[in-house]
Design a protein around this ligand. Structure first.
Ligand SMILES: [Zn+2]
Ligand SMILES: [Zn+2]
Length: 591
């Protein structure tokens, strides 16, 4: 391999094993040892972070490192990465400073490696080899110590949903049988122990990933140590990202991709989406995976901004207002983005269009699941995936294109659910095709568009299949609607419209008929503009001001609507609406 790396100052080619410094802030800037000490070295930096930029002493180019990181198992792949990138920054924790500002404090790959070794060494004295280790944590650096400690010493990791408690509560503690020994993480890490080396973990289960449970009882997806796609894919830049939710499978894959490529990520410190933006502005990411609801909210924010710009200066044309709002939205996530991954449930088409306007080709729409990731990128089925559509009763086309339940086969397909023969029988047919549970429209050879989850659709009495995620997404572009749940419809209005109607925090919004009317009008307007079928337009709405979050369980661990919980939460309201609807429809022919 011919070296692709030159000193940014004297332009000398830096062949493999030549020592050089790599800048951690600038894109692809290396300096030979002589130039690094030269007073002119500061002139080569291109990134706007304050000088001096932190540089790490290295011996290969990014591409050469990635080549040497390739391996036959997850264990070996990460061992290579930890060795190659030992001196680079790895994971960061946000620290609040006395003056109210915040900064990220980083540990290096070597430090994380040492912590993980210590953790693994102690637990191998406590539990048998190949045991399963559950991680019951929020977003904290300890997550990664445990994850890699288990990888190095042959334990399988299971992430357990944790959103509500920061500590093991006394009630739970009292229910634990006395035969179970409780040790604090700090006790484990402070144990005086001689660190013994690990042996390569080439087989066995790397982790079991439970689906988020937004549609039914979670199933454990087995990921084995040989499934090296878990390591990620080569990137031609150093990924820098904010890790939003360690537990979520897509986040974990994004974190792994970051680490295997020698990048770094800050750990998101809160569950409020406004600080998601603040933390991103500290990190200035090059690589982003954000939950669907974030992009939808970013779009709502953008629409409000367009209105505000217009109201503050009437001389501006609509186009000027939009361009200004697009530039401001783009700035919210910093100025060095290389790739944005979107995934999860269906993003609202307007929010996606806005992302495209802000970041263009850098936005990759990844479709996949924990069972098989990257089934399609930007709607195009990936080359190593075979697919077919299985017909659905009474629903054979959409926009003139074939429609069906998507089934796939691939070497990257998961091997099965953990101890769940019933779910396995349902997921795979005898020829190994896996049913994704997603209804898609095939708009070209290998080109698919997701219409809905099979489980979120239901046949209404008009014999049409109604897709809930789709219906919800129609209404996201309204500056009045923060959340909408179409069953009949529960609407959570935005602060914008509440302020406009001068509604205080204590006021009962559902009895404010003017506001209800205004939002009904808005829904009708959107339905008209988008030619939404009449059965997809809510006939009755109820207003509510509960903010849907992971904290109250209305948003699932991966940022999707938790429909079962929403229905449970709103059941009294929905029942009441349905009762009213029956009375209404008796006199209403829908024409
Ligand atoms: Zn040089
Ligand atoms: Zn630099």
């Amino acid at each position: 391999m011919v070296s692709d790396c030159r000193c940014a100052l004297c332009l000398t080619t830096l062949v493999v094993e030549t020592q050089r410094y790599l800048c951690s802030e600038c894109h692809n800037i290396s300096l030979c040892l002589k130039c690094y000490d030269s007073p002119k070295s500061h002139t080569v930096h291109t990134d706007k972070s304050p000088l001096p930029h932190q540089c790490s002493l290295e011996t290969k180019s990014q591409a050469e490192y990635i080549e040497s990181n390739k391996a036959e198992s997850i264990y070996e792949g990460f061992m290579n990465a930890f060795k190659n990138f030992a001196k680079r920054r790895c994971i960061g924790e946000c620290i609040e400073l006395e003056d109210g500002s915040a900064t990220y404090k980083w540990v290096t790959y070597q430090e994380l490696f040492d912590r993980a070794q210590r953790f693994g060494n102690v637990i191998q004295k406590l539990i048998p080899y190949r045991s399963k280790v559950g991680i019951f944590l929020t977003n904290v650096p300890e997550w990664y110590t445990v994850d890699f400690g288990c990888l190095f010493y042959g334990y399988s990791v299971i992430g357990i949903n944790q959103h509500l408690r920061n500590d093991l509560s006394p009630e739970i503690k009292n229910q634990i049988p006395s035969s179970i020994d409780i040790k604090l993480f700090s006790e484990i890490m402070n144990t005086d122990i001689k660190i013994s080396p690990h042996t390569p973990q080439r087989d066995g289960i790397h982790s079991i990933t439970y689906s988020s449970g937004s549609t039914g009882i979670p199933k454990g997806i087995i990921g084995s140590n040989t499934e090296t796609y878990i390591l990620g894919y080569p990137l031609d830049f150093v990924p820098i990202q904010l890790s939003y939710l360690s537990l979520a499978h897509t986040q974990r894959l994004t974190d792994f991709t970051t680490l295997w490529n020698g990048g770094r990520f800050g750990i998101y410190r809160d569950t409020k989406q406004n600080s998601y933006l603040k933390d991103n502005s500290l990190i200035r990411p090059t690589f982003i995976w954000g939950p669907t609801s974030f992009w939808n909210q970013l779009h709502t924010k953008y629409l409000k901004n367009v209105k505000m710009i217009k109201e503050s200066d009437h001389s501006k044309s609509d186009e000027q207002c939009e361009l200004q709002a697009i530039a401001e939205t783009r700035n919210l996530l910093g100025d060095r983005i290389k790739i944005i991954l979107t995934t999860g449930s269906i993003i609202s088409p307007e929010a996606f269009a806005l992302m495209k306007k802000c970041w263009g080709e850098k936005v990759l729409d990844i479709y996949g699941s924990a069972e098989i990731n990257k089934v399609a990128i930007n709607g195009q089925i990936t080359p190593d995936v075979e697919y077919k559509l299985s017909p659905i009763d009474g629903y054979d086309s959409h926009n003139g294109h074939p429609v069906g339940l998507l089934k796939v086969r691939s070497t990257r397909l998961f091997k099965g659910y953990y101890k769940n023969p019933e779910a396995n029988a349902k997921a795979f047919d005898k020829d190994g095709w896996y049913s994704t549970g997603d209804i898609v429209e095939e708009y070209g050879q290998g080109k698919i568009r997701i219409i809905d989850r099979e489980k979120n659709s239901f046949k209404i009495s008009y014999g049409k299949l109604v897709c809930l995620d789709n219906i919800d997404s129609y209404y996201y572009n309204s500056p009045m609607i923060r959340n909408i749940f179409v069953h009949v419809a529960i609407v959570v209005p935005t602060d914008y419209i509440l302020n406009k109607f001068k509604i205080g925090k204590q006021d009962n919004i559902d009895e404010n008929f003017e506001l209800v009317k205004e939002i009904e009008k808005e829904i009708k307007l959107i339905a008209n503009q988008k030619n939404i079928a009449f059965w997809e337009i809510p006939k009755l709405i109820k207003l509510d001001r509960t903010i849907w979050t992971m904290g109250n369980n209305l948003i699932s661990g991966t940022g999707k609507y938790n429909r079962l919980k929403l229905l449970e939460y709103y059941k009294p309201s929905v029942d009441q609406l349905l009762k009213q609807l029956t009375t209404l429809t008796d006199n209403d022919s829908f024409i």
